[in-house]
Design a protein around this ligand. Structure first.
Ligand SMILES: [Zn+2]
Ligand SMILES: [Zn+2]
Ligand SMILES: [Zn+2]
Ligand SMILES: [Zn+2]
Length: 353
């Protein structure tokens, strides 16, 4: 009985999330305020729905004071979006990247500003700059959200049709960035002539992402229209077919289109690892605080790189408490006391006793 009620509550929550998202993508031009509010709310609800599937207490603030009855009747305080993400990464071993977290945080802050300080009035004609800014923001959020949704496809399978519809509408909304692209066109053309390579941006779909070569196999592209930064690797297929594979950050399991070879994370790590090490060496594993990747970091020339999110850093300090190394988590100066991304430090240790 309770299980049934919980499942119904989870369904309602997910349903609500996709409703908000559907609305948001339709409102961008005529109700920009509600488009922002609804999009931000959808993001928050999707994260909470994913968390609730793990266990309902995870979405509740101060869970020890709350009964299941309170929860089901909506009489309890739920956690913030930032805490929901923390719990997904820590308790559910998800790898929500720092970039995604930052983008979701931005739209949440934007929602708050819209609620408090923006009066929409009756929109007679679209405010081009406003629409453009919102379209940009939604492209970036959707880029990260869509990745999560495809990683969680089993969890939201019953919403497949809705997600497909939203994906289609998001692509339509890219047209609102056409003016921005036109503004940049002549500069892009000039830079192309001068040798810069441009690729289609995965966020906004315009061929405006300028490529920087970081090493012979590691590249970065930055979109001039929507601002999305993406890293990718180009390596010959380890499955013998020899085709050049274009593997983007956080792409999960990568399958060669040519020979269907499944590229393992070990293969990607050995392609990126430029450090010779003898099999007898005992090396300290390196973690990634940028995506919560555990032992995912290898040395790539003078930098360290995470084989999961392709985040890079020029140093990998050691945590004084757990003795593991990590990138992307600051200099770990007080780590003996406060730990790192992967441990609680001495404070967490004594706190448990
Ligand atoms: Zn873009
Ligand atoms: Zn292949
Ligand atoms: Zn990483
Ligand atoms: Zn540690």
């Amino acid at each position: 009985m309770t299980k049934k009620k919980l499942n119904a509550a989870l369904r309602d929550l997910s349903e609500s999330a996709f409703d908000f998202l559907e609305r948001s993508v339709d409102e961008i031009e005529l109700s920009p305020k509600y488009s922002v509010i609804h999009f931000a709310t959808a993001v928050e609800l999707i994260l909470k729905a994913r968390l609730m599937r793990e266990h309902w207490t995870l979405v509740v603030d101060r869970a020890s004071d709350v009964s299941l009855g309170d929860f089901l009747s909506g009489q309890c305080k739920t956690i913030t979006q930032a805490d929901a993400i923390k719990r997904l990464n820590n308790a559910c071993s998800e790898n929500i990247s720092k970039d995604a977290i930052a983008q979701f945080g931005k739209i949440a802050a934007h929602r708050n500003r819209m609620i408090h300080f923006f009066h929409e009035g009756i929109a007679k004609q679209a405010d081009q700059a406003l629409t453009e800014g919102i379209a940009k923001e939604q492209c970036l959020c959707w880029f990260y959200l869509e990745r999560l949704l495809s990683a969680w496809s089993d969890q939201f399978a019953e919403f497949d049709a809705k997600i497909t519809g939203i994906r289609w509408r998001m692509k339509q909304n890219r047209a609102f960035l056409g003016v921005a692209f036109d503004r940049l066109k002549s500069q892009i053309k000039a830079d192309k002539k001068a040798g810069t390579i441009f690729q289609v941006c995965s966020g906004c779909g315009y061929e405006a992402a300028a490529v920087t070569e970081l090493s012979d196999i590691l590249f970065e592209k930055h979109c001039r229209v929507c601002g999305l930064g993406e890293a990718y690797v180009e390596i010959p297929c380890p499955g013998e077919c020899g085709a050049t594979l274009h593997i983007e950050a956080n792409s999960g399991s990568y399958i060669c289109k040519n020979c269907k070879h499944h590229v393992t994370s070990e293969e990607l790590a050995s392609a990126l690892n430029t450090e010779y090490s003898s099999p007898t060496d005992v090396e300290t594993p390196v973690n990634c605080a940028l995506c919560s990747g555990y032992h995912t970091v290898v040395q790539h020339h003078e930098n360290f790189i995470c084989t999961e999110c392709l985040g890079t850093a020029n140093s990998a300090p050691t945590c004084e408490w757990c003795n593991e190394r990590q990138i992307g988590g600051g200099d770990l100066e007080y780590s003996y006391h406060s730990g790192c991304e992967f441990c609680e430090g001495q404070a967490g240790w004594t706190h448990d006793e």
